[in-house]
Design a protein around this ligand. Sequence first.
Ligand code: FES
Length: 384
Amino acid sequence: MTEGVGLPLWLLAELTYRCPLQCPYCSNPLDYAQHKHELTTQEWFDVFDQARQMGAVQLGFSGGEPLVRQDLEQLVAHAHQQGFYTNLITSGMGLTEQRIAGLKQAGLDHIQVSFQASDAVVNDALAGSKHAFEQKYQMCRLIKQYDYPMVLNFVIHRHNIDQIEQIIELCLELNADTVELAICQFYGWAFLNRQGLLPTQEQLIRAERITNQYREKLKAQNHPCKLIFVVPDYYEERPKACMNGWGKIFFTVAPDGMALPCHAARQLPIAFPNVREHSLSKIWYESTGFNHFRGDAWMPESCRSCPDKARDFGGCRCQAYMLTGDAANADPVCGKSAYHPLIEQARAESELDSTLEKLVFRNSRNSKQFTVQQNIPVQNITDE
Ligand code: FES
């Protein structure tokens, strides 16, 4: 199938699953610890060259923590030479002034730093790492000194949502160009910890109201900082157009070379191809994995005849899989889905008590346990 297939404009290079932090909402797979054979520098160069030839223009370096890779500066330099607009998506851990300068010299265009909270105590507890807040704070100062456009990203959940004013104030103090207040999306470790992370509706309404008040204030001051508030699917009645549609513009390459239409697809019972074995062009246009949810032939009837399918492309396949066990089912977020009561149940559970101590942290020890416990479905859709 090549007719009507768009270009992979956005390449996400997940350089590694290694990370010094342990966030309980990490979107990496639960069994990440078993995927160890990272692509080499040369293999990544080859991926970038092929993607660029196919029309990719944006390249995000993420992980895990991409700074763990000591060849990051080389990778950025190569991507820059190929003409990519490059973005580093980092926790700030492992960053130094020397590396900030080295990345600048390599041609890095943009940096996104994630924080866990607006104060050191909550931040470091959520990150599972002492001094994480101080490190991030100092690095943000340096990033701006080196004149990078900087996005500060806060994953918002029930343990930090009530600090929303302090979070915005911190971002303004650090001269963020853009602030992403992204209410937790439930993939990977976040799905495992959903009951302890999903904010209540009341918390959400308050946080959105305060963000809107700040937006008004900043606008009145002609302040350049942009506030983005991302509402969680779990409080919507219509599904999001996840990844702007399956296999439409996003191409993700996992640390071991597995090619995915989205960062969460690895968990699906689909045998996704590997860039070590196939060209990116063959993967994008011909692989079963990338073609599987393109178009609407895969949709159940209620979705196929829905007038909104051109807007939401049927919602999120990974969410349908995690909540119903079948990725082809209607996204339960949709109010018309027979599975929508699962979302309503999750909302009701957000009212139950939860403490930080109850969260399962993302680390190799826990991941190895999941690898043993998880009866990962045998690949029942094969790639030719
Ligand atoms: Fe995979 Fe939505 S996250 S399709």
